[in-house]
Write a protein that binds this ligand. Structure first.
Ligand SMILES: [Mg+2]
Length: 391
């Protein structure tokens, strides 16, 4: 059963202490939170930090209220919803007693997304029966989709780890769509990783792409299982280093280096240092156009702005002024994830997924939700996933 906003508020989490929102609220929070970050970031996706400051002032883009015309969600949210739908189809088959090929369900879902982008689905690809998501016209918009996502699917070949399409691609399109793999309860970590990495390989062949996607899904899985933010991030990285990879595959050194740097730099901020400037953020962790950089920037944004740390992020000031700590954290983290010269919508989408999975819906500011395009479509998919997973 899904949890609607406001009907069963989770207790306010104490920083560092466990809390436990209902799983349905985590699913809704993860998908809606990602859509909010994506939408705010999409307004400045291709802008440098100089251009962002020139348009919005020294602090950059902090809030939807600065956008007179609003901002729609982009391919990051579209593909995340199609990931959810591919998993949903596999779980529906399972509930009917049929063991469907989960990755084939993901491939069919992504092919149906490809059709929404004005790209002809190759004749060699199997027929994709339409589902609920395909009737949502708001998803049929082309909003700067990633090249590898388009080209990999347009081959009509089902990319695998062993037979990759786009063998050198490690764009962040593999990561930004992969939160839903972490939202299926009762799976072993190895299974979560494999589902996510195999689906990443449908479009991206570079090991960093599938490993970053897999670590992101493991992070969401750990959060959904009740772990704290840093604890979950360390656990997900530890699982990459310690056993989820298939035999003979080694952790990609760039993935490990970026994620270790994000954890270390966030630790510096938590220890009383300043949060990195937008310039230093991309200097240290990258601009986020490739998979491991997008995950690292998002992870840093979330960890370095946690409430109760005394940092100069705005979270502490907002809480002192009476703001809900979870919502103050969400606003501050998304601001860090949006305001830099890199791939703002993907880094903020991933950050929003993480915080929504951790806090559930309670971290989502009401005024931001009011500015979100087609929330009923995102809630609709979240409710379907919650129902089929028994949440
Ligand atoms: Mg995008």
């Amino acid at each position: 059963m899904s949890t609607e906003p406001g009907t069963s508020p989770a207790p306010a989490p104490t920083p560092g202490q466990p809390h436990s929102p209902a799983h349905g609220s985590r699913i809704h929070g993860c998908l809606l939170g990602g859509a909010l970050g994506d939408s705010l970031g999409y307004a400045v996706e291709f802008d440098s930090i100089s251009a962002i400051r020139a348009r919005f002032g020294p602090a950059g883009l902090q809030d939807f209220s600065a956008l007179d015309a609003g901002s729609p969600f982009s391919d990051d949210t579209q593909m995340t919803l199609y990931t959810a739908d591919g998993l949903l189809e596999a779980l529906e088959w399972a509930n009917d007693g049929v063991a469907a090929d989960i990755n084939a369900c993901l491939w069919l879902a992504y092919l149906r997304w490809l059709g929404t982008q004005g790209v002809a689905v190759p004749a060699s690809a199997p027929f994709q029966p339409p589902r609920w998501i395909d009737a949502q016209d708001v998803l049929k918009s082309r909003r700067s989709p990633g090249n590898a996502c388009l080209s990999g699917l347009a081959t009509g070949e089902m990319g695998t780890v062993k037979r990759p399409v786009n063998p050198d691609s490690k764009g962040c399109g593999s990561v930004m769509r992969s939160a839903p793999f972490g939202l299926i309860p009762h799976l072993e970590a190895e299974t979560v990783y494999k589902l996510s990495a195999d689906a990443a390989s449908l479009t991206h062949g570079h090991p960093a792409a599938r490993q970053s996607a897999g670590v992101f899904s493991l992070l969401i899985h750990a959060l959904s299982s009740g772990h704290g933010l840093r604890e979950a991030a360390e656990a997900a990285l530890g699982q990459l280093l310690g056993g989820v990879l298939r035999k003979g595959e080694n952790p990609d050194p760039d993935v490990v280096a970026r994620l270790e740097a994000a954890l270390r730099l966030a630790g510096d901020a938590l220890g009383g240092g300043d949060v990195l400037s937008p310039e230093d953020l991309v200097g240290e962790l990258g601009e986020g156009w490739v998979a491991e950089e997008a995950l690292a920037v998002a992870l840093y944004a979330v960890l370095a702005t946690a409430p109760g740390t005394g940092t100069e992020t705005g979270t502490a000031d907002a809480v002192r002024a009476g703001a809900d700590p979870a919502q103050a954290h969400f606003r501050a983290a998304i601001a860090v994830a949006v305001n830099h010269s890199g791939d703002s919508d993907s880094t903020a989408s991933i950050a929003g997924n993480i915080l929504g999975a951790f806090y559930g819906e309670r971290c989502l500011p009401a005024d931001w939700l009011a500015a979100l395009q087609a929330p009923e479509v995102i809630r609709g998919m979240a409710s379907k996933l919650a129902t089929v997973t028994g949440a």
